[in-house]
Design a protein around this ligand. Structure first.
Ligand code: MCN
Length: 797
């Protein structure tokens, strides 16, 4: 490694405004829907209004005869031609996985499933004609909700014979990572504390700003798909694998993408249909969903029921945790559908030293939109459960919630620490993060105010919510993912090319959709290579430009993709050193590299990296055997996950007469190691917090018994705006020297806020009214639910 790590970082840690924002906020960008190609046709989808029905006939005549309509195609018209949607890699060998056609010909399994596509010369003509497609259905009984699904009375897919898709189990006794949880329960029942609870993770909708959109151009030998996707590389793989077209003939481009939050981590039926229509007609096509379609048919997240048993001794030292999870997959097993709760399995023990742990997850199929990753994917659900339980334990023991956590957490001297779930946490200092959060929050003062309000019997009570967290992010070590039967690995790639004039082109396989990689990655290269920030151009999101990669999710881009970048830069420097030594007639060992310049130690003789780039372009004078041009590729596959952590504190005011809640203060102290760009990190934390708080207080996707989504618009699905939240107090601790998974000492941040905030808020709401006999409020904590919880025992509710 030649880069001078001792040089003071000029760019890393700087509040750089995002390069990409100029074009994004002035509308000078190419969203997929802005793309117009000569002769392009437009698609509208005809979707089933029924959750479960047999398609008896489809009359397309009136629609096909409409002005500007080119054709109307159904599942029957396509036959096998459309390929199949990529289903999940099974989480157990005997997983029940229903066949998932992008456009079924005979039976629909959720409301919103596509039964026909109208192809027209304008989007308006396609939408109007879609109304004229006459589909006759024979309605079948629909199964909605986990409880009903488990009964197996009504089947989401009758051919499977059950709604139970897979049962995945981890037991620390069997795995040899801990002791037997049943024995811990027995002991605690005899002489200790047993806390049994059931928590519900309501279904959420990712609700990204830019609805999904896809354009396919089949007019040249190489088929091109533009898609508002998080995963251009995985999408190209899926298209090739399911349709037989070689990857070399497929180019997938994710232009600027307006958010995803896990919701665009999918190879969608809409993409497959657009692909099929374009190939069949030989013309470019475009499909952009409406907001209603997006809420109804883009995948949903969460939707679990958690049945939990926590055992402890009388001092509140946890002795075991048993988790049974029922997870609603919806109608199909989506790309990481079953993998989401399994990811959560490793996080229920969170920052704690639990001696015994058992986790069972039963995934079920229902006649609802399929579920998959939503910001945090498995980890927010697990964190919610354990952080709610720790508060219940504190109440039982009669100590402060922070005290109970301290009695159980891994102390900083104990790292590296192998958890009861089998992960090796390389780094963490929960004491430091908690102390800093406490101070910044004014914990003791707020506790005093809370006591005063209780004493006075104020109508508005104050609650203080605590939540600590860690997460396995930086997805991830490919070998570990392989051992969990995930289909894809977790490596990432980067290329660094110096242009003849000494500028730098960086190619990354990560695919940003709002995270600001162009800016943060430029900062890394500027520092490491010693070139001006403005001279670095970051290219991504196009399989032709960036052919290798595994895209963006699981807070992996910086800790995996950023490290690949560091490796590529270092290779460029090594290569340049050989040329510098040649041109300076010096021994390579006598050269120092700093601020983009090689100097012969002890002299003022030197060469700038830019001069060397130009010299390789000219090619007039270079050492024998050197490969011309200053460029290098690198991949990085970490050996472990990456473990950011933090302590979040929330103060909520609760009106005990109306049940209305109001946030008063929110402080989070996250340890994310070295911060590349504090401004970007603040944005990531703020956005993440709002999404987690929204789960606690506002958002819920609701189906009626027939399987109709009744929260199918933003009138019913309460997506918060900035005006609904307060100004957050965001602080950090870090100890990069002991973060072992990358040389920058960074930890991921993209999901941190979402993971920790939901339990912090609910703990605060419960804490405000615990003295009134409340020990739980189901999410979202609407005024009605809070009011009912307060009056649960007095007959008023
Ligand atoms: N960063 C930094 N210093 C750190 C950690 C991160 O400067 N110590 C910067 C990174 O350079 C990057 C950003 O913060 O610009 C996020 O980095 P990272 O934690 O690596 O997360 P990813 O880039 O892999 O993004 C994925 C993550 C996930 S999983 C979801 S979900 C999510 C999120 O990012 N969806 C988002 N943030 C989002 N932000 C926007 N605007 N839109 C989404 O859909």
């Amino acid at each position: 490694m030649t880069a001078t790590q001792d040089r003071p970082a000029a760019e890393i840690g700087k509040d750089r405004r995002r390069k990409e924002d100029q074009r994004l906020i002035t509308g000078r960008t190419r969203w997929t829907d802005n793309i117009t190609l000569p002769g392009m046709l437009h698609l509208a989808m005809v979707r089933s209004p029924f959750a479960h029905a047999t398609i008896t006939s489809i009359d397309t005549e009136a629609a096909a005869a409409s002005t500007n309509v080119v054709t109307v195609l159904t599942g029957k018209d396509f036959g096998e031609e459309l390929g199949a949607c990529i289903n999940a890699w099974p989480i157990t060998p005997d997983q029940k996985t229903p066949a998932h056609s992008p456009m079924p010909a005979d039976r629909v399994a959720f409301a919103g499933e596509i039964v026909a596509v109208v192809v027209a010369r304008s989007a308006a003509a396609a939408r109007d004609a879609a109304e004229l497609v006459d589909v006759e259905y024979d309605e079948l009984p629909a199964v909605v909700g986990i409880k009903k699904a488990l009964e197996d009375q009504v089947l989401a897919h009758p051919d499977l014979g059950t709604n139970k898709s897979a049962l995945w189990v981890f037991d620390s006794g069997e795995a040899g990572t801990g002791s037997d949880v049943e024995a811990a329960i027995e002991t605690a029942r005899a002489d200790g504390i047993v806390i049994e609870r059931e928590y519900r993770q309501q279904r959420l909708i990712p609700a990204f700003m830019e609805p999904r959109s896809v354009v396919v151009d089949p007019t040249s030998e190489q088929l091109t798909m533009w898609s508002a996707t998080q995963i251009p590389h995985i999408l190209r793989f899926a298209l090739a694998a399911t349709t037989g077209v070689p990857e070399s003939k497929i180019r997938v481009i994710a232009p600027d993408v307006g958010g995803g939050f896990g919701g665009k981590l999918q190879t969608t039926p809409e993409e497959m249909i657009a692909w099929g229509v374009a190939r069949r007609l030989g013309k470019p096509v475009k499909y952009t969903e409406t907001r209603s379609e997006s809420l109804m048919a883009a995948h949903h997240g969460r939707d679990q029921v958690q049945t939990l048993t926590l055992t402890a001794d009388k001092d509140g030292k946890v002795t075991g945790l048993k988790v049974h999870l029922d997870a609603d997959l919806g109608a199909y097993v989506a790309i990481v559908g079953g993998g989401v709760p399994v990811l959560g399995a490793f996080m229920f023990n969170a920052i704690y030293k639990f001696p015994a742990y058992r986790f069972e997850c039963q995934t079920v199929l229902t006649n609802t939109t399929f579920t998959d990753a939503y910001r945090g994917a498995g980890r927010p659900e697990a964190t919610y459960a354990i952080e709610r339980l720790m508060d219940e334990l504190a109440a039982e023991v009669g100590v402060d919630p922070l005290e109970i956590r301290e009695r159980n957490w891994i102390t900083h001297e104990e790292f590296p620490f192998t958890t009861v779930a089998g992960l090796e946490y390389d780094t963490g200092n929960y004491e430091a993060a908690t102390a800093k959060a406490k101070e910044s929050f004014g914990y003791d003062e707020l506790r005093r105010e809370q006591a005063e309000r209780r004493e006075r019997g104020d109508r508005v009570q104050l609650g203080i919510g605590v939540s600590t967290f860690t997460e396995m992010c930086g997805l991830a070590p490919s070998r570990v993912l392989g051992s969990l039967d995930y289909g894809a690995g977790g490596w990432e790639s980067a290329s660094v090319r110096m242009t003849p004039l000494g500028k730098v082109e960086v190619v990354t396989g990560a695919s940003a959709h709002g995270q600001g990689h162009e800016t943060a990655f430029s900062q890394i290269v500027a520092d490491r290579l010693g070139v001006p920030f403005e001279d670095v151009e970051v290219l991504h999101g196009d399989t032709q430009v960036a052919p290798k990669g595994l895209d963006t999710y699981g807070s992996r881009s910086l800790v995996v993709g950023g490290e690949a970048l560091v490796k590529a830069v270092d290779k460029v420097i090594d290569k340049a050193k050989v040329l510098a030594a040649h041109l300076l007639e010096a021994n390579a060992d006598d050269l120092d590299y700093a601020d983009g310049r090689f100097t012969v130690r002890g002299t003022d003789q030197g060469k700038a990296i830019q001069e060397l780039a130009t010299a390789t372009f000219a090619g007039h004078d270079y050492p024998e055997g050197m490969e011309l041009t200053l460029d290098a590729d690198a991949t990085y596959d970490p050996v472990n996950f990456n473990y950011p952590h933090g302590t979040h504190l929330c103060a909520m005011e609760v009106d005990t007469e109306t049940g209305a809640v109001k946030m008063r203060k929110y402080t989070c102290c996250d340890d994310i190691g070295t911060i590349i760009n504090p401004l970007i990190v603040a944005g990531q934390v703020h956005g993440g917090l709002v999404q987690g708080i929204a789960q606690a207080l506002w958002e819920e996707a609701v189906y009626d018994d027939a399987g109709t989504l009744v929260s199918g618009s933003f009138v019913d699905y309460l997506l918060p705006t900035a005006a609904d939240t307060i100004s957050f107090d965001v602080v950090h601790t870090d100890d990069p020297s002991i973060c072992t998974t990358n040389t920058l000492g960074t930890k991921g941040v993209g999901e941190a806020g979402t993971i920790a905030s939901t339990p912090a808020v609910v703990n605060a709401v419960v804490d405000a009214v615990r003295h009134l006999g409340v020990s739980d409020v189901q999410m979202p904590c609407t005024p009605e639910r809070v009011w009912r919880a307060i009056h649960a025992h007095d007959g008023a509710a």
